[in-house]
Design a binder for this molecule. Structure first.
Ligand code: NAD
Ligand code: UDP
Length: 319
């Protein structure tokens, strides 16, 4: 049994990771400031004596004794990370420094949840880990993209200076139950719009592409990365290489919900990446991992989740 810290453990991916780590017999310390996370994601874990919740902002130092650290704390959706951009940079950079300092003091292994956004609007397709990216340093997405890039730099600096075991995964768009209903991400937006019979908002002409990974697959990839020998640092892409246009996604959601919603076009946000698909050769080889959930199956489970949430807690869906 290990004692494991999950920062951002009250969020969409963090809460699922906490649950999986507990299922595997570990003790879990969940740290979150609940900026985008929710106590409803972890409420069912609070009665487990191996689970501990600390309300804390990772931009401040934290003193706990742990064997492993998964650093997920950071708003992940464009509307939330753009709402308070300087705080997003601080969370990425000061958060990484504080968690790396904690890992150095305790000797813990530490994993950074980086992102496909480090590739920006990529002109190499599919994206391989060796690609350095095409990121606007002063655009509306830069607080997140550059913050995450700097966090990768910090992880690598600590590794080079101290030899400590650090790991970096670059996560591509991930979806599933417990996504926040109002975080504006495309999967949650389209599903809620379809279930409510509202217009489906396609930004631009919908020809931009994304690759969507189901939550369970993603978390399995992260846990496998943490279990690699100390010399494996990454970065390693984790995502589903199936590539869909945003219009194809909208059509699939409409079909699966049997909705009467219409598709409408809205302005494309600045710096919106045109295409995105992970090359997962490294993840297959080093982690013996690849996603097993087809988009249609994952969407069905996510639709069921939002359908139930709308019925059980309509107020939460408005917030
Ligand atoms: P999320 O917003 O649901 O979770 C992030 C959590 O971090 C939230 O609970 C939030 O309250 C917490 N948090 C934010 N700032 C904090 C701070 N300063 N101190 C403590 N806690 C803080 O998002 P998610 O989708 O679960 O993303 C988790 C991680 O995975 C993030 O680091 C994100 O960048 C990364 N990621 C996610 C995706 C995706 O598609 N979901 C893609 C790439 C990378
Ligand atoms: N998008 C859209 N309609 C929405 C929300 C998003 O067409 O209601 C588009 C968005 O412009 C982007 C893609 O869907 O091209 C994925 O957006 P998301 O915010 O989910 O993730 P990211 O852009 O960070 O990959």
């Amino acid at each position: 049994m290990s004692r494991i810290l999950v920062t951002g453990g009250g969020g969409f991916l963090g809460s699922w990771l906490c649950e999986k780590l507990l299922e595997r017999g570990n003790e879990v310390i969940c740290v979150d400031n609940f900026y985008t996370g929710s106590k409803r994601n972890i409420y069912h874990l609070l009665s487990d004596p191996r689970f501990e919740l600390i309300r804390h902002d990772v931009t401040f130092p934290l003193y706990v004794e742990v064997d492993e650290i998964y650093n997920l704390a950071c708003p992940a959706s464009p509307i939330h990370y753009q709402k308070n951009p300087a705080q997003t940079v601080k969370t990425c950079v000061h958060g990484a420094i504080n968690m790396l300092g904690l890992a150095k003091r305790t000797g813990a292994k530490i994993l950074q949840s980086s992102t496909s956004e480090v590739y920006g609007d990529p002109d190499v397709h599919p994206q391989v880990e060796e690609y350095w990216g095409n990121v606007n340093p002063i655009g509306i997405r830069s607080c997140y993209d550059e913050g995450k890039r700097c966090a990768e730099t910090l992880f690598n600096c600590y590794r080079m200076e101290t030899g400590m075991p650090v790991k970096i995964v670059r996560i591509f768009n991930t979806y599933g139950p417990r996504m926040h209903p109002n975080d504006g991400r495309v999967v949650s937006n389209f599903i809620l719009q379809a279930l409510r019979g509202e217009d489906i908002t396609i930004y631009g002409d919908g020809s931009q592409t994304r690759s969507f990974c189901y939550r369970d697959d993603l978390v399995e990839g992260m846990i496998r990365m943490m279990a690699t020998p100390n010399e494996v640092t990454g970065p390693i892409n984790i995502g589903n290489p199936g590539e869909f246009t945003i219009r194809e996604l909208a059509d699939m959601v409409i079909r699966l919900t049997n909705s009467k919603s219409r598709l409408i076009e809205m302005p494309l946000p600045a710096d919106d990446p045109r295409q995105r698909r992970p090359d997962i050769t490294k993840a297959k080889k080093i982690l013996n991992w690849e996603p097993v959930t087809p988009l249609e199956d994952g969407l069905k489970k996510t639709i069921e989740y939002f359908d139930r949430l709308l019925a059980e807690d309509p107020e939460f869906c408005k917030r």
